[in-house]
Design a protein around this ligand. Structure first.
Ligand code: NDP
Length: 604
């Protein structure tokens, strides 16, 4: 946080808590998560890939391989790299996009940048010898880094781009997964790693009349530069004579709005809940500092950051930014009892949000607009945002905040957007309405997985997931899942993805060395892991919570069905999860996995 506002103390905790409660109540709605709609129907064109030439064709591939990796984002690329390093070279990567990058392939909206420090967020910096040019690198640089990894580790020849998995079935006779795709490919893979990411299915608000809009519209994850002009660095010159509306003020909108404000004739920002906007403090990389970095520096920095944001005190805060400030726990360390520590932590949270609100007043000139931009909830109820130009954008004469007082947009008409009975006419409507976040893993993936006996994973997990480490599930041999239920979780997601990639590579390497053909978690191992999940449920400070303002972190404030608890992540902390995986590997005995030895159908 900005030092200037640090130390704001003049507030009434009780009054604030009451205000938080009232703001939360305004936003509760019975339809919860079902208020959103997907892109099918009239909006299916929103999902078209604008970055590839239409009409792509290629010969279908029929192959027998050791490993299929689903997803060519950070998780998939890291898996491929770690497999190569473990001596496993027979693999394919299937990716929906036209290149590597995952979220950084799709999200090219103006202003897109990482919001976790680039020195810990961009993977494999030491391996590639690359140092990002800024503390928070912009999207084109991150996408280029993905391509660099692809080239350096010779991954391009393994990739099947613009390809979707259609079916994935376990074949008991060959002890392989048979995979078919929308390009006619037929792959038989001994192992499958699903690295499909978490936030990749765009969603739209289910606003009445949304399909009647006659102007131009698109979702932020498929930015239409042909219409707006410019590029990810801004300069949206074709908007100079356009009235633009943007729905949503989450982490994406925060980054895009300053560019829209700079270029559009008129910009209406339709807000339901304000984000908290902390100081960003981006700066170019200090070359002298970069030269001092010693081998192992990236891992050390990642661990330091993750420790701090997991509540583990560190002597130094290497990253020292808005994230580590939110998690700074100095106040509660002077407590003598756990109760006192909890109370001090609550007070610190209130104070930090007071600082965020005070910052709005220092930047936004119109007091009504300033008040509407103030978030009234705890720091981790919504994804914290950090930006140094967003708030100032509302001082522009061509930018108007249309606050919906927590209710959301009322209606969309052929010509505009209606809020509190007033229509705002727009030529272009941009949906910054986010992505599907659902406990249904296979819905997120877009295809079902049929394991032993043809049983679908969707059915197996209908009453809740069962896993070992959130990475293996009984009935689904040789399947490794990332970012699924009961898995570890991290603010710097790359940190955990790399650990999972190393874990997967280790298991596959061991299987190959020991002639193991199948692995599958035992019933007992899954039960034991479930007990670990249960005993850690509330251990660490985490996002969302039942008392939070609604959002995707808390199922839009609606109590989830009892089975949803089985989709909980490992709550013991990121570093603890990593230690669980590392200690398991140290055992060198594939503990908890039932194995069958091979002899049949070796990979050619
Ligand atoms: P979000 O889901 O965070 O935001 C969606 C926005 O749409 C919210 O402001 C929401 O309001 C609003 N909205 C939904 N329905 C309506 C409605 N009916 N009327 C008005 N407004 C509505 O999506 P984002 O794409 O912004 O971010 C998703 C996630 O992606 C982030 O949380 C983050 O994890 C990641 N991300 C990371 C970035 C980075 O690293 N640089 C950048 C961007 C995103 P409400 O809050 O009231 O629901």
């Amino acid at each position: 946080m900005n030092e200037k506002n640090k130390g704001v103390v003049s507030f009434s905790p009780e009054a604030l808590k009451e205000k938080y409660r009232l703001e939360r109540e305004k936003r509760l709605r019975p339809d919860g998560d079902t208020q959103y709609r997907d892109l099918s129907g009239v909006y299916k064109d929103f999902d078209r890939d604008p970055y590839v030439e239409p009409g792509f064709t290629r010969p279908a591939v029929t192959e027998t391989i050791d490993v299929l990796i689903v997803g060519g984002g950070f998780g998939g690329m890291l898996s491929a790299v770690r497999l190569r390093q473990a001596g496993v070279h027979s693999f394919r990567i299937i990716e929906k996009g036209g290149d590597f990058g995952g979220t950084w392939y799709w999200n090219r909206y103006p202003g897109a940048a990482c919001d976790v420090e680039s020195y810990i967020y961009l993977p494999l910096l030491e391996e590639t010898g690359y140092i990002p040019t800024e503390k928070y690198a912009k999207a084109p640089e991150i996408f280029a880094h993905c391509q660099r990894i692809g080239r350096q580790f010779d991954l391009y020849k393994t990739a099947l781009f613009q390809t979707l998995v259609e079916q994935m079935n376990w074949d008991e006779d060959t002890r392989r997964w048979n995979i078919t795709t929308n390009r006619g490919d037929k792959l038989a893979a001994r192992f499958v790693i699903i690295a499909g990411g978490i936030l990749h299915k765009a969603k739209l608000p289910g606003i009445p009349g949304i399909e009647t809009f006659k102007g131009h519209s698109f979702h932020t994850s498929r930015w239409d530069y042909a219409y707006t002009g410019g590029g990810p660095m801004g300069g949206l010159s074709k908007l100079a004579d356009k009235r633009v509306g943007i729905i949503g003020t989450g982490a994406t909108a925060i980054q895009a709005i300053p560019h829209l404000g700079a270029s559009a004739k008129q910009l209406h920002v339709f807000q339901r809940t304000p984000s908290s906007i902390g100081v960003r403090g981006n700066r170019p990389t200090d070359e002298a500092w970069a030269k001092t970095l010693q081998p192992g520096w990236q891992q050390e920095r990642m661990v330091n950051f993750t420790a701090i944001v997991s509540g583990r005190a560190q002597d130094v805060d290497m990253v020292r930014d808005g994230w580590t400030y939110i998690f700074d726990d100095t106040d509660s360390r002077r407590a003598r009892t756990p109760e006192e520590a909890a109370e001090l932590r609550k007070m610190a949270d209130l104070r930090k949000m007071e600082e965020i609100r005070a910052r709005v007043d220092t930047i936004v000139k119109d007091p009504v607009t300033a008040e509407a931009l103030k978030p009234y909830y705890d720091p981790l109820c919504k994804r914290p945002c950090f930006h140094d130009e967003y708030l100032d954008t509302f001082n522009r004469p061509n930018v108007q905040l249309v606050d919906t007082d927590g209710k959301g947009v009322e209606r969309i008409t052929p010509t505009g957007v209606v809020v509190k009975g007033k229509e705002y006419e727009v030529d272009c409507l941009i949906y910054a309405s986010g992505f599907e976040v659902t406990g249904d893993y296979t819905r997120r993936l877009g295809f079902d997985i049929r394991g032993r006996g043809g049983k679908s994973l969707r059915d197996s997990w209908a009453d809740g997931a069962s896993t070992l480490h959130g990475m293996h599930s009984r009935g689904y041999p040789n399947l490794v899942l990332f970012s699924g239920p009961q898995s570890g979780w991290a603010i710097n997601f790359v940190h955990i993805l790399d650990e999972q990639a190393q874990h997967a590579a280790y298991i596959i390497e061991q299987c190959k060395k020991q002639g193991v053909e199948t692995i599958e978690p035992s019933e007992k191992a899954q039960q034991q892991w479930w007990e670990v999940i249960l005993s850690n449920l509330t251990k660490n400070a985490s996002f969302g919570g039942p008392d939070c303002t609604p959002g995707y972190y808390n199922n839009e404030g609606v109590r989830p069905p009892p089975s949803a608890i089985r989709s909980a992540g490992f709550g013991g902390g990121t570093l603890e999860f990593i230690e669980v995986l590392r200690n398991w590997r140290k055992g060198n005995d594939l503990a908890g996995l039932e194995v069958t030895l091979g002899g049949t159908s070796p990979t050619p």
